[in-house]
Design a protein around this ligand. Structure first.
Ligand SMILES: [Zn+2]
Length: 214
């Protein structure tokens, strides 16, 4: 079973992928790992991808697809795997479909972990730092005992500009713009399961498992 895991930053994809890997034994294939592995092993594809990767540019589709096909031909993927971080847009989804078809395989299921934008902003933007002792807090998951003050040294907490709600919201816009067409792509193939990702991780993973086992 080949599965695509979809979700915006902050939706909890990494957490859920780790759970599914443990519960169902599905290998977790991320493009970040593939790039690093291929570059470290100096494969042909890795050598070609390196300049793009090092510059922080988008690695061309044909290289990424080549690495994905190599990866899924390995024995641990004989019964399938979970793709995370690819496809990121509908063009990549079409390229992946085509590549899998030519390898006699297909995407069986796309799982979309849906979380409302406001909740994503809340999760992604609540980070506060202590300028004195470098302690890290989070408004939602690890708040200080007294709002705005460090538990350890009592200093006033500060927030990095990257972690401010407006900046986070802006960053999310690009991802949101790509996500809907991607979700529609798999819905059109009747392969999409949407799961409410705003609940606790146990409830989310129970639904994801059901979608794969049902
Ligand atoms: Zn402190």
């Amino acid at each position: 079973m080949f599965v695509v895991l979809l979700g915006l930053p902050g939706a909890g994809k990494g957490t859920q992928a780790a759970r599914l890997k443990e519960e169902l034994g599905l290998p977790h294939v991320t493009t970040g790992d593939l790039f690093r592995e291929n570059i470290a092993a100096r494969t042909e594809l890795g050598k070609k991808a390196m300049p793009y990767y090092d510059a922080g540019d988008l690695v061309p589709n044909e290289l990424t697809i080549g690495m994905l096909l190599d990866r899924i031909s390995q024995p641990d993927c004989a019964n399938g795997c979970m793709f995370d971080g690819y496809p990121r847009n509908v063009e990549q989804a079409a390229a992946l479909d085509q590549a899998l078809t030519s390898a006699g395989k297909q995407i069986d299921r796309a799982l979309y972990i849906e979380v409302p934008e406001d909740e994503l902003v809340r999760r992604l933007s609540g980070r506060w730092l202590c300028p004195n002792c470098a302690a890290v807090y989070h408004e939602v998951s690890a708040p200080p005992a007294k709002a705005g003050l460090c538990d350890k040294c009592g200093s006033e907490l500060t927030q990095r500009s990257d972690d401010k709600p407006d900046v986070v919201r802006n960053r999310l816009k690009v991802n949101i713009g790509n996500m809907q067409p991607l979700v529609d792509h798999y819905a059109g193939q009747d392969k999409l399961t949407t799961v409410d990702g705003s609940r606790d991780p146990e409830a989310v993973s129970a639904d994801l498992r059901k979608a794969l086992e049902g």
